[in-house]
Ligand binder design. Structure first.
Ligand SMILES: Cc1cc2nc3c(=O)[nH]c(=O)nc-3n(C[C@H](O)[C@H](O)[C@H](O)COP(=O)(O)OP(=O)(O)OC[C@H]3O[C@@H](n4cnc5c(N)ncnc54)[C@H](O)[C@@H]3O)c2cc1C
Length: 768
């Protein structure tokens, strides 16, 4: 029998309260008594209504399941028309249900208070209660977060500091990309339309003059790698496909023309590259040779008869692959090939090869393939290039480091082919500066989302009390705070490298390349760890595309591999450090150098002081002196053991290739320790430059967290090497947790300084 259910009008205002009271189970006697007392004591409520409420509070006649469903539906239907502000408590909700909302017994302060007290007694906060009513459709009750943006005394200065003097430029990028935010964040289009959109945004940035900033002013640029990198960072907050497409064209293709070409190439091409009138690509990697660039198989054979080169791909395995911009948009490629003149090989050189005409048709002799859908960066058209005896004029050799003279003879300002090769590659280091900056921007965006989410999100709590913010959990603080510290640490290190790069003399080039290689490796690994941790820190919501983590994870994943595989790069850093020492020791040969390194390092290492090893005082642990000493010790120790191992192997007759292979793991350890030390030094240096005390203070806490957390991560090593005692290790753990807790109070301000566009942050807070 289907009996209909109805609710008397005078009961309607109290319906949300009755529903909440019954919906989560059986009402206990003391709860019923409390509600009745509150209602009875309220002389603004009529006796008839009191009786009705009392009837519905009778435990021997609770509302049936059907009645509860009906009540809920009724409340929801009416709540649907409310503004967000009207859904904040049961009283407001009851007002909407009331047939006569102005009814005296309802519309008064006393009734409002009674209801609030009942809510409190039952342990349901209004917000939670409303959410409970609405469990069918959370979107219905979407309310803005209570979290308010506020500022700390250091906020403005910290934000400005992280802009590194490029605020206007960054604002310009935001103003160009903000209007595209819906398209940028769309997940619905196919591969080809996404690629097309990314091309359009790249062209828009080019039209605004942002692509050519690093080029010489004679070609419309600003001679500023620093500004170019600032644009790169800003774009990365929006779309990493855009960043990489932009980087491939202006940085890799344009950069190769600028660094490896001469005036002829600059005059002929740089202006068009700067406006993207001539879209290009950078074709180095081959199917069978990626990291091992020296062994590329594509050939460029000089033809003295008509002063041209024939570019050829010997086998299918030697085709260029993964080349950004190649599959659809590039008209010209910088192709890396083995130069052969008169049957003599001169090693890898770069050549400009037209691959498409202006209408987009592929040039004769060239086969272009499409790498198709990728794990990430799907707005970039990566493709393959196969050259079947393609003829190009002699002038298309980018001839700064090697040329063919009028007699058809090869000439080069650098006679050693190996040194020439490394010099050529060294000039292309710009990409290695920019990729980690983009990675750190992605990490900052992830941290921004995770921190905002954590401050707003509540789970569990003390019995009978509202749930508490997940940011209050020490495990959450320990997850996020060290990563915020890392983001700052790498930011300062990148900035240092950028400034060094733009002001260095040729003399320092090798050291800067070594630093760029190692920093790229550690910084991009940190970015990937950060994004993953932040995703987990946002629970299930972190898995939704609206939180960006899917794209951030997928797009930055390749940062570990392109612009040099991280493991390969760290070996380069380590070898370069050894060469650096060899240079310092003047005319010593390798053997003597290694012996010498082991000796100096040993002298420093024996200076360990037992008192220091056991010092657990905060002043000591939080001091630059201890932290730098600990980082330097790890670096010097690994340098010494590396030198000793190599020394022994070479002495026993092992050839140097085998010896280096045997110590590969130690090379990586040494390079990582070196980079860690530089990062800490730069953090300390950045703090020293600050004038505002509040900025100094917050940065010092972050620096302490970066340093102590790194030591904590390596505590096994420090304990093994007796650098710290067990009690000192425990004191460091404790201090790390303390710093995490203290910095949690600043977390919102710290991520605000990253200047992530507000609409992205808002996404983290849209929940209910
Ligand atoms: C999306 C994307 C875009 C790209 N864009 C371009 C582009 O525009 N232009 C271009 O020229 N290239 C581009 N690349 C290619 C990229 O630069 C190479 O993939 C990269 O240099 C690594 O080379 P590989 O793929 O041959 O890896 P491999 O060198 O084969 O590496 C495979 C594994 O072997 C390990 N390994 C290799 N050598 C050593 C060693 N000596 N010691 C220890 N371990 C080692 C590595 O650590 C790695 O784990 C792109 C690639 C991708 C995926």
């Amino acid at each position: 029998m289907n009996t209909s259910i109805s609710i008397q009008d005078s009961l309607l205002p109290f319906l949300p309260l009755l529903y909440i009271a019954w919906a989560d189970g059986i009402l206990e006697k003391h709860e019923i008594d409390y509600i009745k007392n509150q209602i009875d004591d309220n002389n603004t409520i009529t006796d008839a209504t009191k009786q009705l409420i009392s009837k519905w509070l009778d435990p021997s006649h609770p509302p049936s399941a059907r009645e509860l469903v009906y009540w809920k539906k009724y409340i929801k239907q009416h709540a649907d028309v409310l503004d967000l502000s009207e859904k904040q408590d049961l009283y407001s909700l009851g007002t909407v249900l009331a047939k006569k909302p102005n009814l005296e017994e309802w519309a008064n302060e006393k009734t409002k208070q009674s209801l609030q007290q009942i809510e409190n007694y039952l342990g349901v906060s209004s917000h939670e209660a409303i959410r409970f009513i609405d469990d069918f459709n959370p979107a219905l009750f979407k309310v803005d977060s209570n979290l308010k943006r506020s500022e700390a005394p250091y906020s403005k200065a910290l934000k400005t500091l992280l802009q590194h003097g490029n605020t206007d430029l960054k604002n310009k990028v935001q103003s160009i990309l903000d209007p595209h935010k819906e398209d940028i964040e769309s997940h619905s289009e196919d591969l080809y339309s996404r690629r097309d959109k990314v091309l359009q945004w790249t062209l828009e940035l080019a039209d605004a003059g942002l692509g050519k900033l690093a080029y010489p002013s004679a070609y419309g640029g600003s001679d500023s790698m620093v500004q170019y990198a600032a644009v790169f960072e800003e774009m990365s907050k929006y779309d990493l496909s855009l960043t990489i497409k932009f980087g491939v064209h202006f940085g890799l293709f344009g950069g190769s023309v600028e660094s490896l070409g001469t005036n002829y190439h600059h005059d002929k091409y740089l202006k068009d590259i700067g406006t993207m009138a001539l879209p290009g690509c950078f074709a180095m990697t081959e199917m069978h040779h990626g990291s091992n660039v020296k062994a590329l198989q594509t050939t460029a054979i000089y033809q003295p008869d008509d002063q041209s080169f024939i570019i050829n791909t010997p086998t299918h395995n030697d085709r260029k692959t993964y080349i950004g911009n190649a599959a659809m948009h590039a008209q010209m490629a910088t192709v890396f090939a083995q130069l052969i003149v008169d049957d003599e090989e001169h090693g890898i050189h770069a050549f400009l090869v037209p691959i498409r005409n202006k209408q987009g048709a592929t040039m004769p002799g060239i086969t272009i393939g499409d790498n198709g859908h990728k794990m990430g960066l799907n707005g970039v058209d990566n493709g393959t290039l196969h050259f079947n005896t393609v003829k190009i004029p002699k002038e298309n050799l980018l001839n700064k480091f090697g040329d063919i003279d009028e007699e058809g003879q090869y000439t080069s300002p650098i006679s050693s082919s190996s040194r020439r090769f490394f010099t050529m590659l060294g000039t292309l280091v710009g990409g290695r500066l920019c990729v980690p900056i983009a990675g750190n921007a992605a990490a900052k965006k992830a941290l921004n989302m995770a921190v905002y989410f954590a401050l707003d999100r509540k789970q569990f709590g003390p019995p009978g009390k509202p749930e508490q913010s997940i940011m209050d959990y020490p495990t959450h603080q320990k997850k996020l705070m060290p990563l915020i510290a890392n983001a700052y640490a790498y930011d300062f290190a990148h900035e240092h490298l950028l400034r060094e790069y733009t002001s260095h003399s040729d003399h320092d080039a090798q050291e800067i390349e070594a630093l760029a290689a190692g920093l790229k490796a550690l910084s991009t690994w940190n970015a990937t760890d950060t994004i993953q941790t932040c995703r987990e820190a946002c629970g299930g919501k972190g898995y939704l595309s609206e939180m960006y983590f899917d794209r951030l994870k997928a797009d930055t994943d390749i940062f570990m591999t392109f612009e040099g595989d991280n493991t390969v790069l760290l070996q380069l850093t380590a070898k370069s450090r050894l060469t650096y020492f060899k240079k310092q020791f003047g005319r010593m040969d390798w053997w003597d150098t290694l012996k010498y390194i082991s000796n100096i390092a040993s002298t420093n290492l024996t200076e360990l002081n037992a008192l220091v090893t056991r010092d657990t005082s905060q002043d000591h642990l939080l001091g630059d002196e201890f932290q730098l000493a600990a980082f330097t010790y790890r670096e010097e120790y690994s340098l010494r053991t590396l030198a000793m191992r190599l020394n022994k192997k070479i002495k026993s007759g092992m050839d140097s290739y085998e010896a280096f292979l045997d110590v590969q793991v130690h090379l990586i350890d040494m390079a990582s320790a070196y980079i860690d030390r530089i990062v800490l030094e730069q953090f300390i240096g950045a703090i020293k430059k600050q004038e505002q005390n509040s900025v100094k203070e917050v940065l010092t806490s972050l620096k302490n967290l970066y340093a102590l957390h790194r030591i904590e991560e390596y505590k096994g090593w420090y304990l093994e090497h007796d650098y710290i005692s067990g009690s000192k290790s425990l004191a460091i753990n404790k201090l790390v947790s303390k710093l995490c807790k203290e910095l949690k109070e600043e977390s919102q301000h710290l991520v605000d300084a990253f200047d992530i566009p507000a609409h992205m942050t808002a996404t983290a807070l849209k929940f209910y």
